[in-house]
Write a protein that binds this ligand. Structure first.
Ligand SMILES: NC(=O)c1ccc[n+]([C@@H]2O[C@H](COP(=O)([O-])OP(=O)(O)OC[C@H]3O[C@@H](n4cnc5c(N)ncnc54)[C@H](OP(=O)(O)O)[C@@H]3O)[C@@H](O)[C@H]2O)c1
Length: 259
């Protein structure tokens, strides 16, 4: 049996993966943005061992989440699943980074830096990383600001950037399998009502990775739904771009990836 932490698990893929892992007898810690959503998560997945609370658009709360998770002990798998797409440009108070970019890029970076190192660290990306601007300039929108912000291209960029970070971490964390996942285009708040794919296909991949039922010497790899290895955009494997993304995260958070 494994101990798993899943961020953003009051809804969507995170909640469904949590429910399936509980049903398979694992110790699952969920996470929600506030106490009210934590109550929803616990009601939807009563067998969870606990629900941690933190707004992942906030640096202080993200750091606190890492502390609280570390106090629980070591996790076999951590699934950095929380993400968002829709919503206005909203500068987060403690960094000035737009909320969507914080949740999709910086929160996974901060958690990867501060959490006790799990055996498997899983970043939830998207096939939309293929549509990103791969220049990796101005990741946090400090230069372009609100006037240049459009949520869909910004989301595609954020998913490319989080893959760069995942691959940079994979190069540094020995003994941890660090992977990225496209879970399928599925009707959730992120996917929208018209999405054609099946949630269970993506959740199959989450469960496989959480349980470690794959070759765990694989690291820096990208998975698709139905447990398949996928083909990421080659630019996500460019170590110079990876290091550029990491440097940008270091500058905003003051945190370095532990080696
Ligand atoms: N659905 C798709 O088609 C699709 C495709 C590719 C990738 N993905 C990725 O899959 C992951 C899961 O998304 P989903 O499709 O399952 O959508 P979802 O149902 O909206 O789930 C996203 C989760 O993240 C949480 N979250 C968002 N902002 C947060 C914040 N500031 N603090 C804490 N938690 C926050 C949400 O909390 P609330 O429920 O309280 O809002 C929700 O539980 C995301 O990373 C998404 O980008 C989805």
């Amino acid at each position: 049996m494994v101990r798993v932490l899943i961020t953003g698990s009051a809804d969507g893929f995170g909640l469904e993966a949590g429910r399936q892992l509980v049903a398979r007898g694992h110790t699952v810690y969920l996470h929600a943005r506030n106490q009210s959503r934590a109550n929803d998560a616990k009601a939807a997945c009563p067998g969870a061992a606990g629900v941690l609370v933190a707004d992942l658009s906030n640096l202080t709360e993200t750091r606190r989440l890492a502390e609280e998770a570390n106090a629980i002990g070591e996790f076999d798998a951590v699934i950095l699943n929380a993400g968002m797409l829709n919503g206005p440009f909203r500068k987060t108070p403690d960094t000035g980074v737009p909320a969507m970019v914080f949740v999709n890029v910086l929160a996974p970076y901060v958690l990867a830096c501060l959490l006790r190192r799990p055996k498997r660290l899983i970043f939830i990306a998207s096939q939309l990383h293929r549509q990103a601007d791969t220049s990796t300039e101005d990741i946090f929108w400090f230069k372009r600001g609100e006037a240049g912000f459009q949520e869909f291209p910004a989301y595609c960029d954020s998913k490319f950037h989080v893959m760069l970070i995942a691959n940079a971490i994979a190069r540094r964390f020995r003994g941890t399998s660090v992977v990225s996942v496209h879970p399928g285009w599925v009707a959730t708040k992120v996917g929208g009502a018209e999405a054609p794919d099946k949630m269970e296909d993506g959740v199959e991949t989450y469960v496989m990775l959480a349980e470690g039922d794959y070759d765990q010497s694989l690291t820096g790899k990208y998975f698709d739904p139905k447990k398949k290895l996928g083909s990421p955009l080659p630019a996500s494997e460019d170590t110079q771009l990876q290091d550029k993304a990491v440097k940008a995260c270091e500058e905003v958070t003051g945190l370095k990836i532990p080696t």
